[in-house]
Structures are given as C-alpha cells and as structure tokens.
Write a protein that binds this ligand. Structure first.
Ligand code: ATP
Ligand code: MG
Length: 158
C-alpha cells in the first residue's frame, strides 16, 4: 500500500509506548510532513517490531529510545537508537546473518532465535531499501534503514 510512513511510524511507536513501562523514555524526532512510501504493512510492521523489541531487549538499564525519520534525496531514512549494551565493532555486520547472536549465553537467556534482523534485512531489500547498524560497545546501538520516497506533502500534524 502507498501510505504516509510518518503517520504509520507514529502508530507503531504508540503501540510500544503503551506497554513499555517506566524504565524507558521514548523520544520522537519525526518530520511534520507526510512522506509517502509503498510498503507491505504486515511485513514492515514485522521489521519495526523486531528492531524496536531488540532496542528494548538489549537495554537492560532502560534509557532513552529515539525514533527518527528524515528524507535523504529520494529515500526516507528511518532509525531507532538505544542506550543499551551495544555491539562490538567487528560483529556489527554479522547481526544481519541468520541465527547470529553477539553473546550466546546472554541471548539465550533473553530468548529469541537470532532470525529477527535477517528477516528484517530480507524484507527491507524487498522494499528497495538498505539496512545497517552503528554501535558503540557498552554505549548503545542505532539501526538505520531506507525506503524509496513516493511523495512528500505538507501536513497539519503537530
Ligand atoms: P529474535 O529476533 O529472532 O527473537 P534476536 O533478537 O537474538 O532473536 P536478531 O534480532 O536477529 O536476533 O538480532 C541478532 C543479534 O544482534 C542479537 O542476538 C543481539 O546480539 C544483537 N542485537 C540486535 N539488536 C541489538 C541492539 N539494539 N543492541 C545490542 N545488540 C543487538
Ligand atoms: Mg530480535
């Protein structure tokens, strides 16, 4: 479907905000424009659910989770940043591989299969976008992905 990604992203974040508890602060830095993308809503929801669940799951001390979206040329760039455990530099590209998990013991405790980001990568590529990560071990992680922009409109959203 062609839809305003910014409104859709707000909606996804709202759903997590209701259940996040007091340990986390959510911060949104989103454009107050309508930015249209063509997405399979169910698949994109799976992508965002995994990225946001990871941000929560790998932030044992809580902290702020920051949501951003901004146009870069003909693409919308979307990011989710956390202040969690981070990922060692030499492992940063491996997290998108199937079954790869940074700390096997810890990850087993936290549950999951190590498939979330591999699936996210496949789905973002199927949408004509890219996905990557930046992280500082012990400081936090940002996951970025892009989607082709199909149109931008001024909006009266606050
Ligand atoms: P699943 O998503 O299948 O439930 P998972 O969360 O372990 O399991 P992925 O989402 O694919 O699997 O993530 C792969 C690995 O990358 C994780 O096990 C974790 O080690 C690391 N990782 C992912 N996101 C973060 C993050 N925000 N902070 C720190 N490490 C992360
Ligand atoms: Mg995951």
């Amino acid at each position: 479907q062609k839809l305003d990604f910014v409104a859709y992203y707000h909606h996804i974040i709202d759903r997590f905000e209701m259940s996040k508890g007091e340990q986390f602060d959510f911060k949104r830095e989103l454009p107050n424009k309508e930015i249209y993308t063509t997405i399979d809503k169910d698949k994109m929801t799976q992508v965002l659910d995994n990225i946001i669940s990871n941000a929560i799951k790998y932030s044992p001390e809580g902290g702020t989770i920051t949501f951003r979206a901004w146009p870069v040329g003909k693409r919308l760039r979307i990011s989710v940043s956390d202040e969690g455990v981070g990922i060692p530099k030499n492992n940063i590209d491996k997290i998108f591989e199937r079954f790869y998990r940074v700390d096997k013991a810890r990850s087993r405790q936290l549950g999951g299969t190590g498939l979330g980001l591999a699936i996210a990568k496949e789905m973002v590529h199927a949408h004509g976008g890219d996905i990557w990560a930046e992280s500082k071990w012990g400081k936090g992680t940002t996951i970025y992905f892009t989607l082709p922009i199909k149109g931008i409109r001024e909006s009266d959203r606050r």
